[in-house]
Design a binder for this molecule. Sequence first.
Ligand code: SAH
Length: 367
Amino acid sequence: MLRDVLDRIDRGLPLGRQDLRTLLLAESPADHAAVIAKAGEIRKRQLGNTVYLRGLIEVSNICAKDCYYCGIRKSNPGIVRYQMSEQEVLEEAEWIWCQRFGSLVLQGGENTSSEFIALIERLVRAIRDLSHGELGITLSMGEQSEATYRRWLAAGAHRYLLRIETSDPKLYSQIHPRDPAHSWETRRDCLRRLRDVGYQVGTGVMIGLPFQTVDDLVDDLVFFQEMDIDMIGMGPYVIHHETPLAKMAPEFSARKKEEQLCLALRMIAAARILLPDVNIATATALQALRDDGRDQGIQAGANVIMPNVTETRYRRSYQLYDNKPGLDDAGGETWDRIRTRIEALGYTIGYNQWGDSQHFHRRQPKS
Ligand code: SAH
């Protein structure tokens, strides 16, 4: 019963798989609202009502991977491939800094070429210098060698996002090509490597994938806990019409957007309840399902938002899924809208702050 689980939470008792399952299955409007409210309460108690910003720059859509769900997969011939110039990236970084965002994220397709690795290293260093070390720098560049992770850390990056996509190796193999370039174990090992090297580590999953069960989602939550993760970025799976997964599971397209959104929101809420001191980002994909989806993510317990500041002319080429929001917005427009909404909901924006994961600092050995 949901009431018993909420009661366990109030009494500070540990939650088991069955409890997490109950939270995720709380589908009736009243139960759903109770789960979201509980997560909101915990977030407020643990983290206050500050929302931290990370300006997102989509540096390149050139990708070596062929993930069955993703619009920028290598085998999609329907998109123009781009790589932003150093100057373009630095201009956006400067804008983010001037807006007092506190942090930025450089994200891109997976590229392990030595030119690309050196480019990211130069960019990280230049961003650190132009902001006098004030901007927090997060990278999201997929699976790389330990040496590369170390180089980027030494240049000044300190957080890394690498979604495991699903904690179930079998489901992973259903949504990726079965070849050594798409190995669940390698991805998990990268998460361990990032942690050993010294990053604040973020991971996440797609919620509501074809073939995915509620028990898979419970396992995902336990995976975050067992991997002792610092940050979570997860959002609903959203179809991209030109991908194999859209064709493999046609009946899936019929699933209602609203159901998909609500499941994702309960997953965020369950993560907040289970792991009160981690940072959780509200995913842009929530907004692909409903105009105010990202705001709802904050109300469900997320404390980080990543406004897209990528130059408008590149946005169309970085569509991971259909219906990506803000395609024609200038960076400033997306941000104005986000700011107005966050403030209207009664949250405070953490200007000029890194907004590190409390969990990360807690797990550092005390000196
Ligand atoms: N190459 C980087 C990051 C780019 S993709 C990396 O490997 O980490 C960023 C994230 O977008 C992916 O981790 C995936 O979870 C998400 N994504 C891709 N296609 C999606 C889709 N159709 N629906 C929802 N999320 C998707």
